[in-house]
Design a protein around this ligand. Structure first.
Ligand code: ATP
Length: 220
């Protein structure tokens, strides 16, 4: 009888102790060079419409598909993201890729996060422009097994894909980091396009003042 009790004990105790509630977690990966109102609206709308517990903004160290020769330091971008999400308790920052350095592949990152948080269901948020690039992503088919992809509309971008994507409708926002960098480089106003705290950080650190630093300009 003792043995039977002991057996029952070891069988049931651990599983009860480790039952953890599933959580719905959004991930918004990006370069955030700099973060802007578009990013905040996307994250808020997806969280609200899909009932997410939390959305983590995840700045990359180096995006795999862009020549980031001229992009600013990942820690500057991470600090700006931190400033941007201040005051929203549903938002957080995930620094894994910045800490790891090198090229950031979402598959590797999400595999690691899944191992660390087996009770999280991940919703990986991408704008319409990124959706078009999914076929080129490293191990996309394996990544699709780890996360649910959530697409948000972006002006001028098609809303279709061969991949299973859950679309969330947001108000069309024609704001982009590229546009903001160009305004900053030519001394134009960026007020209301990004949070005041991010604008203050940019001014304090003298970022984006050189037009030649623009990522999307053809290199001469
Ligand atoms: P850049 O102009 O430098 O390419 P970006 O404005 O696209 O930058 P990212 O940091 O590359 O900013 O974007 C992170 C994610 O947010 C991407 O999935 C992108 O598609 C999405 N996103 C950014 N801005 C918008 C927007 N205005 N509407 C919809 N999705 C957006």
């Amino acid at each position: 009888l003792d043995m039977k009790i002991e057996h029952t004990f070891t069988q049931t105790q651990p599983s009860q102790a480790f039952v953890q509630e599933k959580k719905k977690i959004g991930i918004l990966g990006g370069t955030f060079n700099p973060p802007h109102m578009g990013h905040l609206v996307i994250a808020e709308q997806v969280a609200d419409q899909l009932g997410l517990d939390k959305v983590y903004f995840m700045p990359n160290a180096k995006p795999p598909h862009v020549d980031l020769k001229a992009a600013i330091d990942p820690w500057h971008r991470a600090r700006m993201v931190k400033a941007a999400i201040q005051g929203n308790s549903r938002f957080g920052i995930e620094l894994l890729e910045v800490q790891r350095g090198g090229k950031s592949y979402s598959y590797n990152t999400m595999l690691q996060l899944k191992l660390e948080h087996p009770n999280y269901e991940y919703y990986f948020i991408v704008g319409g422009d990124e959706v078009a690039y999914l076929p080129t992503w490293y191990r996309i088919d394996d990544l699709l097994k780890l996360v649910t992809f959530v697409g948000v509309n972006r002006p001028g971008q098609p809303r279709q894909s061969n991949y299973p994507i859950e679309w969330v409708e947001i108000p069309d926002l024609a704001v982009s980091s590229t546009d903001i960098r160009q305004r900053l480089a030519t001394n134009r106003s960026v007020r209301y396009l990004l949070p005041d705290l991010v604008a203050a950080y940019i001014l304090e650190n003298g970022l984006y003042q050189d037009e030649r630093n623009d990522l999307h300009r053809p290199l001469l």
